[in-house]
Design a protein around this ligand. Structure first.
Ligand code: NDP
Length: 538
């Protein structure tokens, strides 16, 4: 199957590609490396960065001798320039199966490893990511389009994911009961559920992948992970961290590839005995549910899309409300599943809020500063199509680049961008209530502002959407915080704040935003089996 590239590396690095990339821990070095000519001895690839799978503790290149699908490569593109900087393999179904065998082989010993020893492994992983914070941030920013500052925050969150679960497993409790009127003791016993498929999207690549990997390893499962084909770079670097941390071979494996070939083969495989932890779009989540319908034993955790409301009541402090709503709408170019892209404002402050938001976003959310490029040409085209829809429906535009005009012609970005996928944040008002702009997840720097009169109307508008991932509630009225907050159909409700996370709290959505929760003991439920033992004591 795959060809092992350990020989391409040396004692210090798992592969020569990793060795080259590892030295590029500043934007300047990374850009210079990407731009420098290839060595004459390089293989046929026109790019120096040709990512490799990580299978059984070694970097491997997918084999072209596969019996079902010939391995191919797709381009890794820097969204800020639109230029290719590397190649990502599309792993075949055979390659996936081969990798799953490595995870299956490792499961026996890893699942039997004491929690304290697993904890140490996770701490070493956390420490190595922390030590190489800038390396990860630089490549995340190049690969995903996000700002370097935003990428650093997400690297820190990846460190927290491993740290959190490394200690969580050290303090487990179990419930024991005596059957009433008898001398029979019962207790709950948990064991690792098996080999997992971990599949993540492109918007927060390292952060979301480690949110799955850390609890998976912590609770004694092994896995094959597949990051999005669009943003694979930090997962590739993470493999070197696993190698350096001395994680037992096969405990965590990574295959690269697209959803249709690699992802689909992974979730369907009967070797995935534990389950699938998936974060991505709702349509893909539905497909995964179909693909695993007859494998009833698989645990499914589906964290899917959102179209989240932000409710702004008339009693708010205007400046603070404007800042929170803008941050919730435009952070990471609006490419966070939790972004509040539907803003509803009470009549009494509607005009003031729109004016203040427009001014604030123009001053604060500038492309190349607080705003990065959107992830791909395909996604750019999708976002642009929604702006064209807004234009055709007569919505009013204001953008972070236009100080004096609201002419959509000057705001909608060109169909064929020549230097990266840049879309300045756009606020849309006067959007027809039936518009798809208020229903579909655009997942970009586009937010609508609409009005409401009463509390009941605000709740109805917020809930008028098939998704139910998150909601933001801005008010100073304590009673309303509960009255409204507890009626919102959303897995996460933030009152006068946004994106605050405590890693033990349940994370996940209602309605079409997914099934299952992750975080703390909710992740434990995903990655373990629970059995009840009944023991007569005499
Ligand atoms: P997709 O659903 O397109 O892809 C997610 C992952 O699934 C990718 O790795 C993709 O591979 C893979 N995939 C695609 N098809 C299949 C398949 N048939 N079987 C198995 N895997 C498959 O989502 P995006 O990457 O476009 O991410 C954006 C979406 O993710 C948004 O809807 C967003 O709301 C959601 N999201 C949800 C979050 C949450 O916590 N609820 C958090 C972050 C994002 P590839 O890309 O390589 O084709």
């Amino acid at each position: 199957m795959g060809q092992t590239l350990q020989e391409g590396g040396n004692a210090e690095f798992g592969s020569s590609v990793i060795q080259d990339v590892w030295a590029c821990d500043t934007l300047e070095k990374a850009k210079a490396f990407i731009a420098s000519p290839r060595h004459a001895s390089d293989d046929e690839s026109p790019y120096k960065i040709k990512m490799q799978n990580y299978v059984g503790g070694a970097f491997t290149t997918p084999s072209s001798s596969s019996t079902t699908t010939t391995s191919q490569y797709i381009d890794a593109i820097n969204p800020k320039t639109g230029r290719v900087f590397g190649q990502v393999p599309i792993s075949s179904a055979d390659e996936v199966e081969h990798t799953l065998r490595a995870a299956t082989e490792a499961f026996g010993s890893w699942s039997a490893t004491p929690a304290a020893a697993r904890s140490k492994h996770l701490q070493r992983v956390a420490g190595l990511i922390q030590e190489n914070r800038e390396l990860f941030a630089v490549w995340e920013s190049i690969d995903q389009g996000k700002t370097l500052e935003r990428a650093r925050v997400e690297v820190d969150r990846a460190v927290s994911n491993f740290n959190y679960f490394s200690t969580f497993i050290l303090h487990q409790q179990t419930a024991a009961r005596v059957v009433d009127g008898s001398n029979i003791l019962t207790y709950e016993h948990r064991s690792p559920a098996g080999v997992f498929a971990l599949i993540s999207p492109w918007n927060m690549p390292l952060y979301l992948l480690t949110w799955k990997m850390a609890p998976c390893l912590a609770f004694g499962c092994t896995a094959v992970a597949k990051p999005s084909e669009v943003t694979s770079m930090t997962a590739f670097l993470l493999c070197e961290v696993f190698r350096r941390a001395g994680l037992p071979p096969g405990a965590m494996n990574v295959v690269f590839g697209d959803g249709a070939t690699t992802g689909s083969a992974l979730v369907r495989s009967p070797l995935v005995r534990g389950g699938v932890s998936f974060t991505g779009g709702t349509a893909t989540g539905i497909q995964i549910r179909r693909d695993t319908a007859d494998q009833i034993y698989k645990h499914l955790s589906l964290e899917l899309g959102g179209k989240n409301p932000t409710l702004v009541f008339g009693d708010v402090e205007l400046d603070k409300a404007v800042q929170t709503a803008a941050m919730a709408a435009f952070e990471n170019q609006g490419e966070i599943c939790l972004c509040g892209s539907r803003i509803y404002v009470q009549d009494s402050i509607y005009n003031d809020f729109v004016a203040a938001s427009t001014a604030y976003v123009q001053a604060t959310y500038k492309c190349g500063e607080r705003v990065g490029a959107v992830v791909s040409h395909q996604h750019y085209t999708k976002i642009r199509s929604y702006l064209l829809l807004a234009q055709s429906e007569g919505a009013t535009f204001s953008s972070s680049t236009s100080t004096s005009t609201s002419n959509p012609e000057t705001i909608i970005p060109p169909a064929d961008p020549t230097n990266g996928y840049w879309i300045p944040p756009v606020i849309l008002t006067d959007v027809p209530p039936t518009s798809r702009l208020l229903q579909d997840e655009i997942f970009g720097p586009v937010a609508t502002i609409s009005r409401f009169a009463t509390e009941d109307e605000a709740v109805a508008l917020a809930n008028e959407n098939p998704n139910g991932l998150a909601a933001v509630l801005l008010t100073r009225d304590g009673g309303r915080m509960r009255r409204v907050g507890e009626r919102l159909e959303a897995g996460l409700v933030w009152v006068n704040c946004w994106l605050v996370r405590e890693l033990g709290t349940p994370f996940g959505g209602m309605k079409s935003s997914g099934t299952g929760r992750e975080g703390g003991e909710y992740s434990r439920d995903v990655f373990t089996h629970v059995r009840t033992l009944h023991m007569p004591l005499q």
